[in-house]
Design a protein around this ligand. Structure first.
Ligand SMILES: Cc1cc2nc3c(=O)[nH]c(=O)nc-3n(C[C@H](O)[C@H](O)[C@H](O)COP(=O)(O)OP(=O)(O)OC[C@H]3O[C@@H](n4cnc5c(N)ncnc54)[C@H](O)[C@@H]3O)c2cc1C
Length: 601
């Protein structure tokens, strides 16, 4: 088996696959090491059967108990799925509000080829140009609310690249990945429009459409990484019947048995899988990285049988998703003092861990709709990411707002997700709501499945040095290695920002706010401000990039300071989390870094 390559890429998700795609197509020998399995869509399986069940978080076995010592939720029950690690085998641990450690599956995306893009909601907005320069934007301001210690002006960072630098790569990502949406009314410059035509909106979204118009919010069709037409770059075809085209509905949290959701397997890797210079090794867990001076010399992984294998390359790209990438570097540093002194020279690895401020408003609409005839989101607005809005509300940064039609309405997981607030409590419906039987269950299906509508925001979280990923001092994985320890809390300004945007979401749902043209009762609105465990599946920061080796872990090309040939391309590079869901930006940046790597290979 070949053991030397031009490039080794660890992880095949949003950060890894664009690099592999670019470098393999350029003729470089590329090895992808992916911890999870390859799950195939119907069209790629000989029997026409997909490995996805449309219920990826469904339990793969019987109820289990957490047996991890010294965690507050030891003894709690849980179920594991076929796309996540077993909680007892490889937990993440987070520090809860009572200063107790809890084991959690939060902070994993999906452990399969394609990573988180196999399960993601596919919302694929670009960041705004202000998102790239929040340091400069806030530097002279004196009007920032709920920031008693002046943290915003101290911690807000400019990116070392501008929107203009990334713009060609946004366009490239949109073309190669396959995204539908509309460009008019977006507050971002586009050099080219690569969007596919969206489906007609689901009729339930009319309430949001009217609400946004009542508030004079410029709206556009939410860009979603789902193809609606044949997609030449990946060779995917949409089965079209003029009266009843085949569609993928219920995108969020599901693997797609067809090839319509543009995960990185079907869009970027499957089209090049037959290249002789590309080697994809699944079920291979990278355990450590070794160096000789400033060069990464070896990568050690366990093959599917558990056997340790060593490989080497001119360039190593780590893209395990931010928490696990930081952990892999920290574990490698534990084994080697020189590696440690290089990676920890400024003590910033793992620091400034980020997710998003998020939340929204939801309600039950008067009519029942067939949600399966459209995707999860129809309308988005950039109105709350404009400089005017940010400043007039005393905010440090803005957020995107878009509607969801599928909240608590996902077909098979309906009862399991009802009332849940994170992946660990996904079973609350069964465990705690024993009334959900018979007619009550039918009512729940009828009401939530067809009538529930929400408007959400996704906004920048203030970077804080204390929000960090460490190696846990006592909890170890099944191989005896320290697990990732997630320590984070919301800033007072995060809470203020979330309250501000949650009210705006409520106003949209209420057709123009209290006394507005519709004034429809909103069932609930709010944010995750009181929930420390929430990560929004957006796992960012911890190895931020910058121009200065004293204040960043990566240089502007995402190469680790102190190493010549080590790059990080997952969400860990972000110094601020952006005013939208992150994956398109991770992909665009990975395409950019791939071009930089080509220059040095
Ligand atoms: C339910 C859900 C909904 C989401 N919805 C959206 C959305 O609508 N829009 C959006 O922008 N984002 C969304 N996200 C987030 C999105 O999935 C992530 O932002 C994105 O996948 C992150 O890319 P990444 O490269 O950092 O990590 P990933 O895509 O997760 O890839 C990391 C890969 O590395 C592998 N890996 C980890 N450790 C190792 C190791 N030691 N050895 C080998 N391989 C390893 C993992 O198995 C995984 O395949 C969602 C996520 C989830 C789970």
């Amino acid at each position: 088996m070949q053991d030397e390559f031009d490039v080794i890429i660890i992880g095949s998700g949003a950060g890894g696959a664009p690099v592999a795609h670019t470098l393999a197509k350029a003729g470089k020998s590329v090895l992808i090491l992916e911890k999870g399995p390859l799950l195939l869509p119907q069209s790629e399986d000989e029997r026409g059967l997909s490995d996805f069940k449309r219920d990826e978080l469904f339990a793969t076995g019987t109820e289990k108990r957490i047996t991890i010592p010294n965690v507050a939720n030891q003894g709690d029950s849980y179920y594991s799925s076929h796309v996540e690690p077993d909680l007892n085998d490889e937990p993440h641990v987070y520090l809860d509000d009572n200063a107790q450690d809890r084991a959690t599956i939060e902070g994993y995306t999906a452990q399969v080829i394609g990573g988180g893009t196999q399960l993601y909601g596919a919302v694929s907005l670009r960041f705004t140009s202000t998102d790239f320069e929040l340091g400069s934007f806030n530097q002279d301001r004196t009007d920032i609310a709920e920031d008693p210690n002046d943290d915003v002006r101290r911690e807000a960072q400019d990116w070392p690249i501008s929107y203009a630098d990334l713009e060609p790569y946004y366009s490239k990502a949109e073309m190669l990945i396959g995204i539908n949406g509309t460009r008019a009314n977006q507050a971002k410059d586009f050099s080219v429009d690569n969007y596919q035509q969206p489906y007609p909106p689901n009729p339930i979204s009319q309430y949001v459409e009217v609400g946004m118009d009542a508030l004079s919010l410029p709206r556009y069709r939410t860009p979603l990484a789902v193809i609606t037409q044949d997609h030449a770059p990946s060779g995917r075809q949409v089965e079209n019947s003029p009266t009843d085209p085949a569609k993928t509905a219920y995108v969020n949290r599901y693997g797609d048995p067809m090839v319509y959701k543009s995960n990185t397997w079907v869009s970027l890797l499957s089209p090049i899988k037959d290249l002789e210079n590309l080697d994809i090794r699944c079920n291979c867990n990278v355990m450590s990285i070794e160096n000789q001076g400033s060069k990464i010399s070896r990568v050690v992984y366990r093959d599917p049988s558990g056997k340790p294998i060593t490989v080497q390359a001119k360039v190593l790209v780590v893209a395990c998703s931010a928490i696990e990438s930081v952990r892999l570097l920290q574990l490698s540093a534990q084994l080697n003092a020189d590696f440690s002194s290089r990676i920890n020279s400024n003590d910033l690895l793992g620091k400034y861990f980020l997710t998003h401020c998020f939340g929204g408003a939801e309600t039950v609409m008067p009519d029942r709709f067939d949600k399966s005839i459209a995707l999860d989101s129809d309308w988005a607005t950039d109105a709350f990411a404009s400089d005017d809005f940010i400043k007039s509300n005393g905010l440090w940064a803005g957020g995107a707002v878009y509607n969801n039609t599928s909240d608590q309405a996902l077909p098979l997981s309906l009862v399991r997700t009802h009332g849940s607030h994170d992946l660990d409590s996904i079973w609350d419906g069964f465990v705690e709501q024993s009334n959900l039987r018979g007619n009550e269950l039918l009512k729940l299906f009828d009401r939530d499945f067809g009538t529930r509508l929400s408007v959400s925001f996704m906004a920048n979280q203030l970077p804080q040095k204390n929000n960090r990923i460490e190696l846990h001092p006592t909890v170890v994985d099944k191989w005896g290695r320290p697990c990732a320890y997630i320590i984070k809390e919301w800033h007072t300004h995060d809470k203020y920002l979330m309250d501000t945007l949650a009210k705006k979401c409520r106003d949209i749902l209420a057709f123009g706010g209290d006394g507005g043209i519709g004034n429809y009762p909103v069932e609930g609105f709010g944010s995750v401000a009181n929930d420390r465990s929430r990560i929004a599946n957006h796992i960012l920061g911890g190895a931020r990039f910058g121009d200065n080796p004293a204040s960043s872990v990566l240089d502007a090309n995402c190469r680790v300071w102190g190493f010549d040939n080590l790059y990080l391309t997952d969400g860990s590079f972000m110094p601020t989390s952006g005013s939208a869901n992150p994956t398109l930006t991770i992909q665009a940046n990975a395409f950019r870094v791939a071009d930089k790597i080509l220059e040095v290979l």
